[in-house]
Design a protein around this ligand. Structure first.
Ligand SMILES: Cc1cc2nc3c(=O)[nH]c(=O)nc-3n(C[C@H](O)[C@H](O)[C@H](O)COP(=O)(O)O)c2cc1C
Length: 191
């Protein structure tokens, strides 16, 4: 009887050792490796400069590229800021929210959103506010970037933060004169 109990106990012990060894590598790997972050690179670009910067960010991060397109596209006359143009009128109206042509598919799956835009009169174009206010961005990390004639990104941060309710908005960079290598180093450090 004693022998049988001993034999059963040692069999149980052996089974426990086998299972714990089999489970160990997978468990260790899971503990040591965080879930890969899903990246979206969303950008608005009227004349192509921000688009080129966004492509560098996409290449560096492996993210999904999404272009924010105005439902009513901007013409050269709309951007002629020395005149009384559409872009100027929008920037001067707090509540202007130019309509966007389409939506991001399944925005839920993204953890980090790189958000790029040109600087218009020191700030983000109003269509960026339309974009941010069109989604539930709670819990997401938003990293801004811009291109400009020299004003830089600082002046846009207040309104971007106001529109990105519940998101962790990280002040990014003006990428206008940065090489791919410089953009890649910066973008990878933000994920
Ligand atoms: C309406 C308008 C206003 C602008 N205002 C500024 C400004 O305040 N400061 C600045 O440095 N550049 C300004 N720019 C220049 C753009 O930010 C710059 O050319 C940008 O790289 C354009 O990006 P895009 O080609 O992606 O549209 C303005 C351009 C436009 C059309």
């Amino acid at each position: 009887m004693k022998k049988r109990i001993l034999r059963s106990l040692s069999l149980l012990l052996a089974l426990m050792v086998v299972f714990s060894l089999a489970g160990a590598p997978a468990g260790a790997a899971a503990a040591g490796k965080a879930k890969k972050k899903e990246v979206l690179v969303a950008y608005f670009s009227a004349t192509g400069t921000t688009k080129a910067a966004a492509k560098k960010v996409k290449k560096a991060t492996g993210g999904t590229l999404y272009q924010i397109k105005a439902a009513d596209p901007y013409t050269a006359a709309d951007l002629d800021y020395n005149k009384n143009c559409r872009a100027n009128a929008e920037q001067n109206a707090d509540d202007a929210r130019p309509e966007i042509k389409d939506r991001v598919k399944n925005i839920k799956k993204y953890d980090v959103i790189f958000l790029g835009y040109p600087i218009w009169w020191g700030k983000e174009p109003k269509i960026i506010r339309t974009f941010l206010e069109s989604y539930d961005l709670k819990g997401k990390k938003i990293v801004t970037f811009c291109t400009s004639g020299g004003s830089g990104i600082s002046g846009s941060m207040k309104e971007v933060k106001q529109s990105a309710k519940g998101a962790d908005v990280v002040k990014g960079k003006d990428l206008t004169d940065l090489s791919y290598k410089q953009v890649a180093k910066w973008a990878k450090s933000k994920i």
